[in-house]
Design a protein around this ligand. Structure first.
Ligand code: AMP
Length: 441
């Protein structure tokens, strides 16, 4: 507690921190809270689960007063993150009587319009906030604190114009706090255009490397699903997240896990909001033990007790990989990240391995039973590919709805791949850029 007191947090927040039994500030809290309370603009690089909500929450609580209009706006890339942030802010500010409202798309406007009339703090996604701005149903002229949460993700999702319009609707005289997993040129541009002499804070991943084991299996595509089932059944696990790159693969994996009697649910941007909420609630409560998901659907969400993260598809970048594995080995617990790498993943896995800080150990593929799978075809406008396509067309943008679906069956081909190691194989992937030496694995 002493360390929190040193950060000059006000009494009402300190009391909540004590009730929550937080022992010490996280690195991001330690580094940003004094700057935020002082009123500085801050650009902070911070991973999922770093404790950033309390950091920007301390600024909001410091400056917002009940009943004086919308004085703080938190922009988030996804509806789930908006809900999670609002939940946390409600807890942290419970001694201050602030009215915190969530504003996101996929639900009717009218209840939000009513809520906005009494809101002190708004947490929401850019698209819907902009809708309210255009309708004149939100007034941002009293905003004192503007938070851009997961700013890199908002830019990646194409929200830049929306975000800029929203920023321009806020008073020039304000505090702007930007949190982002990575700080690249686009983020710097936002910083220079819209922030005043921002302080920069860098915090390394919250994942404790001594607690997180990272493995990969070099497995034929035809055996991937069978290997996943084998691992899920043989490893002793808590909550499990299985990441796919596309909606169609997410459905494919979840559907076939259920056919194997495994308690799994799919979550991706093609599902209606109420379904996504229900699935996340069941997962939080441990009623669903395996969440098969895209990055979009779960980005930034704080899910506790995830013991295993599987990459059914390898993400395209090391950054995305780090995001995914950051869901486990949190708060001192142990975790395992397992990548199932087949030929179509080699290029991506090569990109991931370019990050020398990642130590991913190759594990031989055990002998596994060759399972029958049911194919999910032509959903979400993607290819009806066996085991799902990997095309960008089919990637989860977080928007839109899946509809028709035709199905077929296939037995996964290929025999056992026992004892496979990746070294020396013609199926190798490489670390290193095309202009440098390529190391085979
Ligand atoms: P966040 O990154 O803000 O989503 O926080 C991730 C999780 O860590 C949330 O469940 C917080 O309640 C929790 N948390 C935040 N700060 C601390 C802290 N100093 N000690 C322990 N847990 C924390």
């Amino acid at each position: 507690m002493e360390q929190f007191e040193k950060l000059k947090l006000s009494k009402g927040i300190l009391q909540v921190i004590q009730e929550l039994r937080f022992e010490a500030p996280s690195e991001i809290q330690e580094k940003t809270i004094p700057l935020i309370i002082e009123g500085r603009d801050v650009i902070a690089s911070s991973a999922t689960g770093s404790g950033k909500t309390l950091a920007f929450g301390s600024g909001i609580i410091e400056r917002a007063k009940p009943g004086e209009g919308i004085q703080a706006l938190v922009l988030t890339p996804t509806r789930e993150l908006a809900e999670q942030n609002a939940r946390s802010l409600n807890v942290f500010s419970r001694n201050y009587g602030l009215n915190i409202k969530e504003i996101y798309g996929g639900v009717p406007m009218n209840p939000q319009i009513r809520n906005l009339r009494s809101a002190d703090v708004v947490v929401g996604t850019p698209g819907r906030i902009l809708d309210h701005l255009r309708n004149n149903t939100i007034n941002l002229r009293k905003v004192k604190v503007l938070v851009l949460d997961e700013a890199d993700r908002m830019l990646e999702m194409g929200f830049i114009n929306d975000v800029e319009q929203i920023i321009n609707a806020c008073p020039k005289e304000r505090q702007t706090l930007l949190f982002s997993a990575t700080i690249d040129r686009d983020i710097e541009v936002i910083g220079s255009r819209y922030m005043k002499n921002p302080a920069r804070v860098e915090v390394k991943s919250y994942v404790d490397p001594s607690k997180l084991k990272q493995f990969f299996y070099d497995v034929p595509q035809s055996m991937k699903f069978s290997l996943l089932v084998h691992l899920l059944k043989s490893e002793k696990e808590g909550l499990v997240m299985v990441f796919c790159n596309t909606r169609i693969n997410t459905d494919f994996v979840a559907n076939n896990l259920k056919r194997q009697g495994i308690n799994a649910m799919a979550i991706h941007g093609g599902l209606a909001q109420n379904n996504r909420n229900r699935i996340m609630k069941d997962f939080h409560a441990g009623e669903v033990l395996i969440l098969v998901c895209t990055d979009v659907a779960t980005r930034g969400l704080d899910v506790k007790n995830v013991s295993h993260v599987y990459n059914y598809d390898t993400p395209m970048t090391a950054k995305e990989y780090i995001h995914r594995i950051g869901r486990t080995a949190r708060a001192g617990k142990e975790g395992v990240a397992i990548s199932l790498v087949s030929s179509r993943d080699y290029e991506n896995f090569g990109n991931v391995c370019n990050d020398e800080s990642l130590k991913i150990e190759n594990v031989p593929v055990p002998e596994v039973e060759n399972l029958m799978v049911e194919i999910v075809k032509r959903r979400y406008g993607g290819r009806g590919n066996f085991n799902g396509g990997g095309s960008d067309r089919n990637r989860d943008s977080g928007r839109g709805n899946g509809r028709s679906n035709s199905r077929g069956f296939a037995r996964t081909s290929g025999g056992s791949s026992r004892g496979r190691t990746s070294g020396g194989s013609s199926r190798g992937f490489s670390r290193g850029r095309s202009d440098g030496p390529r190391r085979r694995y």
